[in-house]
Ligand binder design. Structure first.
Ligand SMILES: Nc1ncnc2c1ncn2[C@@H]1O[C@H](COP(=O)(O)OP(=O)(O)OP(=O)(O)O)[C@@H](O)[C@H]1O
Ligand SMILES: [Mg+2]
Length: 485
C-alpha cells in the first residue's frame, strides 16, 4: 500500500528519479523515502521541511470547529463513565474537552449496547448565540421562577421531540402529553432547542407582563400556568393567562409515562452554560442554581435525565454560599482531567491523521513517544539539568490549578508550527532523519505569542464586563511561564 502510494506520488518521473538516485546514492540513503520500481529501490526527491510542515494539520483547538474530531478523538475515562451512566454533571476547566465529549458521544451513543433505549437530545444550540441568553430579556426573577422555566423547558423539549417521533401513532400516554402541552401553550412542531426555548421565553414574558389588565402571574416553583386551550404559537397571540397551574409533578409524570410507553429514556445534554448568562450575574446565579435544583427534582423521573457539562469556575460560583443536597449533586459529578499519556496520544492521533506528512517524514508506525521525539528537539533549553521538550511543554500548558487542557497543547504546537514555517521561509532546510522538524526557538516564540494572545483575550473580556457594570473576573494565568526562564 505504502509502495503504491509512493509510486503514485512519484508518477511518471519514477524512473528518472531512480537514475538520479543512483548518482547521489549517499545523499539519498540518509532519507526515509524509499519505494520499489521494477524491483529496484527508488528514493524520493529532496524533501523540504516547509513542504512537510504544510501537510501537518492539527485540527482546531475549539471543538465546535474541530471538523475531524471523530477521527482522532481519545476515549478517556470520562467518556467511558458517561457511556456507563456513572455521571450526570461533567465538570471541567476551560478547554478540557466538554464540547468535544458531547459531540463525539452524540455521534457514537447509538452504537453502544449499554445505551440501548437511551436517546440523547441536545438541550442547547451548538452554534450561534446561546439560546438561553434570551432569558436575560425578561425581568429578573427569584430562583423559584427559573425552576419553573427549566422544568417547562425540559417538558416541552422532550415532549415535543417524542410526539414528533411517534406522530400519528400516539399511545394513550402520548395523547395525554399532547393535550397537556396544548393547554400550557408549549406544543410545537419545531422541536429544536432554539425554537422551544424562544417560545418559552415569549410565554414567560407574557405571564409576567399581561398586555391588558388581566391576571399577572408571579412565576413560582408551583407549576406551569394554563393558558387558553386554543392557543397555538405562531398563529395567534397568547390570550390572557388564567391563574390555573399544572403542578410540575403532574406535568413531568405525564411525560415520564409517555416515555415509558415508548420504552425510551431521554438524556438531555446542556453545554455552553458559561456563555449563556455571561455579563448578567444577577440572572446567572439564580438561573443556574435553579437548573441544579431542577436536576435534583428530575431524579424522581427515571425516564428523563439531565446531563450537564459545566465549567468548574461556574459550578463553584453557583454553589457558593451553600446548596441544599450538594452531596447528591457531587455523587453524580465527574471531572475532566488529563493524564500526560492521554495528551500525548491526543497530539499523536492528530499527527497520524495527516497521512501525507506521516509518509513523507517516514514516521508511519512509530509509537507516540517516538513520533513526538521525531518532530521536536530533545530539549527546548540545552543542559543536563533541563527538562525534556515534553516536560517543558507540560509545565507551560498548566493553568493556575495544575490542569492541562488539550486546548492549550494544541494551540501551543499549532503556533510553534506557524513560527517554524516562517523560519523555513527565511532559511529553508532539507529534511533528514534525526533532525527536529519544529525547533526549540519556534516553541519558545509560540509560548510568547500565546501569552500575549491570552492576556489580550482576558483584557477584552474584563473590559466587556466592566462596560456592563459587572464584577471583573480573575485574570487567568494560562501560558504564563512558571519561572523567570
Ligand atoms: N477526548 C478528546 N480527544 C481529542 N481531542 C479532544 C478531546 N477532548 C478535547 N479535545 C480537543 O481539545 C480542544 C478543546 O476542547 P473543547 O472545545 O471541547 O473544550 P471545552 O471544555 O468545551 O472548552 P470551553 O470551556 O471553552 O467551552 C478541542 O480542539 C477538542 O477537539
Ligand atoms: Mg465548549
Amino acid at each position: 500500500m505504502v509502495q503504491l502510494m509512493l509510486s503514485a506520488r512519484l508518477g511518471p518521473t519514477s524512473v528518472d528519479s531512480r537514475s538520479r538516485c543512483s548518482q547521489t546514492t549517499l545523499r539519498c540513503l540518509t532519507r526515509n523515502h524509499v519505494c520499489m520500481v521494477g524491483g529496484l529501490p527508488c528514493y524520493d526527491p529532496i524533501m523540504e521541511i516547509k513542504k512537510l510542515l504544510r501537510n501537518l494539520d492539527l485540527g482546531s483547538s475549539v471543538a465546535e470547529f474541530d471538523t475531524s474530531l471523530d477521527r482522532y478523538f481519545v476515549e478517556t475515562e470520562v467518556f467511558r463513565a458517561l457511556t456507563r451512566d456513572k455521571a450526570d454533571i461533567i465538570a471541567g476547566e476551560k478547554g478540557t474537552g466538554k464540547t468535544a465529549l458531547f459531540r463525539v458521544f452524540k455521534q457514537r451513543y447509538a452504537a453502544i449496547p449499554e445505551l440501548d433505549g437511551v436517546e440523547v437530545i441536545a438541550g442547547f444550540n451548538l452554534a450561534g448565540n446561546p439560546v438561553f441568553q434570551r432569558v436575560t430579556s425578561i425581568d429578573c426573577m427569584p430562583e423559584a421562577g427559573y425552576v419553573t422555566v427549566w422544568k417547562a423547558y425540559f417538558l416541552s423539549l422532550v415532549g415535543n421531540w417524542l410526539l414528533e417521533l411517534y406522530e400519528p401513532d400516539l399511545t394513550k400516554g402520548m395523547r395525554a402529553l399532547d393535550s397537556l402541552l396544548q393547554r400550557v401553550g408549549l406544543r410545537s412542531k419545531d422541536d429544536s432547542a432554539e425554537s422551544i426555548f424562544s417560545k418559552l421565553v415569549y410565554l414567560v414574558d407574557h405571564w409576567l407582563r399581561p398586555k391588558s389588565a388581566g391576571v399577572k402571574f408571579t412565576v413560582t416553583e408551583g407549576g406551569i400556568p394554563v393558558i387558553a386551550p386554543t392557543l397555538d404559537f405562531g398563529r395567534s397571540e397568547p390570550t390572557e393567562p388564567s391563574p390555573d397551574v399544572i403542578a410540575h409533578e403532574e406535568a413531568l409524570g405525564v411525560l415520564n409515562k409517555a416515555l415509558e410507553e415508548a420504552e425510551l429514556t431521554a438524556w438531555v445534554v446542556l453545554d455552553r452554560l458559561d456563555e449563556a448568562f455571561q455579563g448578567f450575574p444577577n440572572i446567572e446565579v439564580p438561573a443556574l442554581r435553579a437548573l441544579l435544583r431542577t436536576y435534583l427534582d428530575l431524579l424522581a423521573y427515571p425516564r428523563i435525565r439531565l446531563k450537564l457539562f459545566v465549567r468548574n469556575d461556574l459550578f463553584r460560583k453557583v454553589i457558593q454560599g451553600g446548596f441544599v443536597n450538594l452531596t447528591h449533586v457531587n455523587a453524580r459529578k465527574i471531572e475532566i482531567v488529563w493524564e500526560e499519556e492521554d495528551l500525548l496520544n491526543l497530539f499523536c492521533r492528530r499527527v497520524r491523521d495527516s497521512a501525507e506528512f506521516l509518509e513523507e517524514a517516514g514516521m508511519a508506525g512509530l509509537t507516540d513517544k517516538d513520533l513526538f521525539d521525531g518532530i521536536f528537539p530533545a530539549q527546548v533549553d540545552q543542559g543536563v539539568r533541563k527538562p525534556t521538550t515534553w516536560t517543558w511543554i507540560m509545565a507551560r500548558i498548566r493553568d493556575g490549578n495544575g490542569i492541562k487542557p488539550p486546548r492549550n497543547l494544541i494551540d501551543l504546537i499549532a503556533k510553534a508550527k506557524e513560527s517554524q514555517l516562517r523560519s523555513e521561509d527565511r532559511n529553508p532546510r532539507e529534511y533528514t532523519q534525526n533532525m527536529p522538524i519544529i525547533e526549540a526557538d519556534s516553541i519558545r516564540r509560540a509560548l510568547r505569542a500565546l501569552s500575549d494572545q491570552r492576556v489580550l483575550v482576558v483584557r477584552v473580556a474584563n473590559d466587556e464586563q466592566s462596560r456592563r457594570g459587572c464584577e471583573v473576573g480573575p485574570c487567568c494565568a494560562l501560558y504564563r511561564p512558571r519561572s523567570p526562564q
